[in-house]
Design a protein around this ligand. Structure first.
Ligand code: NAD
Length: 268
């Protein structure tokens, strides 16, 4: 029996940044659909969400693309309404959108108000606004699983840039809050904290920003991972999300699941 049989999922940030390989959001959409979920693939770049939906459809799954910008609450509300119109329930909300350097993030002594507000609106406020519109539905259903994609940056005291770190830490705090406040309704909320992943968002963006070849950025990141000296992939995040979305995680709420190849065990 597929692990998400009969379930519906909204994945926000289900498209993909330009670059090589598979991102976390796209891998999650493909995997959820393979495991039987009907997926609303939400992204502000509709063409990218459509690419994801086409990949799912080619494999025989159900995935509908939808345009929404997480910085605009009304568009998130519309995405939630669309899922309800299509399928009448929302079992899983997966908040994947996140930017760092692409949002203009910088060190605490170089950050601008504009860049901080932009990253905050995309990473943290967007997640909060999506949950605002889904939680009442899940409460009524007396079930649901919310998955927020944070980052090990939330835990790293020495992280180089400030907006990404603090918004990802805020996502962990917010996840705990909604887990606690919705437990009595049977609604679960968990965060995933990916470490160094070999995704276009992380590797290609840095290569572009730093003017370095992709292979050089990739090798430097691989060397920092304790497990096999190799970054994780979008599929590693997707499988963690699949578990948290499924009924196998029925008694798990309020956690921050590290998916980092032991990266946070380093003592430096
Ligand atoms: N790759 C890593 O090394 C790593 C590590 C830790 C955490 N993460 C987290 O994983 C998540 C992203 O992973 P990914 O590989 O899928 O990235 P991605 O950039 O490929 O996908 C994110 C999607 O979000 C969309 N998006 C961006 N801004 C948006 C907005 N305002 N409204 C709607 N959609 C918007 C993008 O168009 C893109 O399709 C982020 O939350 C990131 O912080 C990644």
């Amino acid at each position: 029996m597929p692990r998400l049989a009969g379930k519906t999922a909204i994945i926000i940030g289900a498209g993909q940044s330009p670059g090589e390989g598979m991102g976390n959001g796209r891998a999650t959409a493909l995997l959820f659909a393979r495991e039987g979920a009907k997926v609303l693939a939400v992204d502000h770049r509709l063409e990218s969400a459509k690419e994801t939906a086409d990949m799912v459809t080619k494999e025989g799954g159900t995935c509908v693309p939808f345009a929404a910008d997480v910085t605009k609450e009304a568009t998130l509300k519309a995405a939630v309404a669309e899922a309800m119109k299509l399928w009448g329930r929302i079992d899983v909300l997966h908040n994947n959108v996140g930017v760092s350097l692409a949002g203009g993030d910088a060190s605490p002594t170089e950050i601008t108000e504009e860049a901080f507000d932009r990253v905050n609106a995309i990473n943290l406020r967007g997640t909060i606004m999506a949950c605002k519109h889904v939680i009442p539905i899940m409460r009524k259903q007396q079930s649901g699983s919310i998955i927020n994609i944070s980052s090990v940056a939330a835990l790293s005291a020495n992280y180089p840039t400030v907006a990404y770190k603090t918004t990802k830490a805020g996502m962990v705090a917010f996840t705990e809050q909604i887990a606690c406040q919705n437990a009595e309704y049977g609604v679960r909320a968990n965060a995933i904290l990916p470490g160094l992943m070999n995704t276009p968002m992380a590797v290609d963006t840095r290569a572009r920003e730093w003017g370095k070849p992709r292979a050089e950025v990739e090798a430097a990141r691989n060397a920092r991972v304790p497990l096999r000296k190799r970054m994780g992939t979008g599929w590693d995040v997707a499988y963690a999300a699949l578990f948290l979305a499924s009924d196998e995680a029925n008694f798990i709420t309020g956690i921050g699941l590290l998916v980092d190849g032991g990266g946070s065990l380093r003592k430096e």
